[in-house]
Design a protein around this ligand. Structure first.
Ligand SMILES: Cc1cc2nc3c(=O)[nH]c(=O)nc-3n(C[C@H](O)[C@H](O)[C@H](O)COP(=O)(O)OP(=O)(O)OC[C@H]3O[C@@H](n4cnc5c(N)ncnc54)[C@H](O)[C@@H]3O)c2cc1C
Length: 415
């Protein structure tokens, strides 16, 4: 295994041709029995396994991943991190995550490149201003950072923005503690740290069925054979409905394709993340210099990761309205992922009709930002057998009882 990362170690390794780094996480064979099995080796699943191992005394833990770690939405997303949601329940959940992001590289001894460069939502008309200011005030009242910026202040923060185009900019809500992180490093960092604590991480191992006895999960069927499990956490994002069906229940989720693209790399020109719900697009600049651009989901319900072509022209047209100076730039690549969207645009964290089977899904277009907080709360909930306080409002019974946490406005296009 790779050992501890430090400046001294880096200098030492550079002198001997970087030959001593070793594997980042162990390669495990599937055991016969575990106390907890996490299905899904994305950021949320790996974070859950790490906090189960580091903070909860639950015994043997395994993560089963059907492909490679982070190959789902974790390494397909545009990495925006923020906690400026409308309702107190969401603010508590997402700000728990932002606080954890702030110390994550140190905790994992792995550079997840969390950069608090701020996230700005621009407003284009009087209605937009009213809604944005209301959201800004409610976020501040809950003790989370949020500032209203005038058009002049927006221009000062983002000199390349066009204030007076077809979609004039009349101000914006800014969260200075928001930012971006390196997505696959998050999966790798959690995998490395969890593996160091004895978690079995098994890639190329697809869960194909559940062994349920008298309403209680007791094991799983996988492409590598059967395994017994006392508790199971389902953390499979866009595959959640399929796996829930195999376990015998339904989830209130819709699957859509969400696409993104990056431009060719250029010198630094944008130092924050800019989002517009009005034109349905957002943009940031990666450390490599690429402009990272995203927009809304494709409308049809679909498991296809390719997405429709109309998305490309409408998203780039919107972004060019805000940033005319990029109109001649070339697109390097575009891609899509299958996002699991709930009616109220809030996640599902909770128990299921099958005893000892827990589910963490429904993060839709905006779950990357929650990765550390989601894993932390889910781990403690699995360990206790009850959802902990910040996770409790997000059980799926809310759809039956009508206690929705409606974040449509805060997450409609913004991620
Ligand atoms: C284009 C795009 C842009 C986005 N932008 C942002 C953003 O800027 N900010 C933000 O906060 N969020 C964003 N998101 C959303 C975010 O990516 C997701 O909410 C988040 O990554 C979900 O993480 P996860 O670990 O739950 O899921 P995933 O990373 O998808 O992990 C689930 C894993 O489960 C595995 N799996 C599935 N079925 C099985 C099975 N049967 N057996 C074993 N393993 C299985 C999959 O292979 C996968 O690796 C974006 C998403 C997309 C697609």
């Amino acid at each position: 295994m790779s050992g501890h990362f430090s400046g001294l170690r880096l200098a030492y390794e550079s002198l001997r041709g970087h030959t001593g780094w070793g594997r980042q996480w162990g390669s495990s064979e599937l055991g016969d029995e575990y106390d907890v099995v996490i299905v899904g080796g994305g950021g949320h699943g790996l974070a859950t396994a790490y906090y189960l191992a580091s903070e909860c005394d639950v015994g043997r833990i395994a993560v089963l991943e059907k492909g490679w770690l982070g190959g789902g939405n974790t390494a397909r997303n545009t990495t925006i991190v923020r906690s400026n949601y409308l309702w107190d329940k969401s603010l508590a959940l997402y700000d728990h995550a932002v606080k954890m992001w702030e110390g994550l590289s140190r905790e994992l001894n792995y550079n997840v490149m969390f950069s608090q460069r701020g996230v700005l939502h621009v407003a284009h008309d009087e209605g937009d201003i009213r809604l944005s200011r209301r959201r800004c005030n409610s976020i501040r009242a809950a003790g989370v950072d949020s500032e209203w910026l005038s058009p002049e202040e927006v221009k000062e923060l983002v000199p390349i923005i066009n204030l007076h185009g077809r979609f004039p900019i009349m101000g914006g809500v800014f969260q200075p503690r928001g930012g971006v992180a390196r997505h696959d490093a998050v999966a790798w960092g959690y995998a490395r740290a969890a593996s160091g604590l004895g978690v079995d991480i098994i890639e190329n191992c697809e869960v194909t069925g559940f062994d349920v006895k008298r309403g209680k999960v007791v094991g799983l069927e996988t492409s590598r054979g059967k395994v017994k499990a006392k508790k199971v956490g389902l953390v499979v994002a866009g595959h959640s409905s399929r796996l829930a069906e195999l376990a015998g229940f339904r989830l209130p989720l819709m699957m859509n394709t969400l696409q993104a693209l990056v431009s060719e790399p250029v010198k630094p020109m944008l130092s924050t993340v800019v989002m517009s719900n009005g034109v349905h697009g957002y943009m940031s600049q990666s450390d490599k210099g690429e402009l990272v651009i995203g927009g809304g989901t494709d409308l049809p319900v679909s498991y296809s990761r390719r997405g429709g072509e109309g998305w490309f022209s409408s998203t780039t047209a919107s972004i060019v309205e805000l940033f005319p100076c990029i109109r001649r730039m070339r697109v390097l690549r575009m891609w899509g992922g299958t996002v699991d969207v709930t009616k109220d645009r809030s996640p599902i964290l909770g128990k299921t009709p099958v005893e000892n089977l827990y589910v963490n899904c429904g993060w839709g277009t905006g779950g990357f930002k929650a990765t550390p907080g989601s894993g932390h709360l889910f781990a403690h909930s699995i360990s206790r057998g009850e959802m902990v306080e910040k996770a409790a409002p997000f059980g799926m019974e809310r759809f039956r009882e009508g206690c929705l946490v409606d974040e449509g406005a805060a997450s409609g296009v913004a991620h």
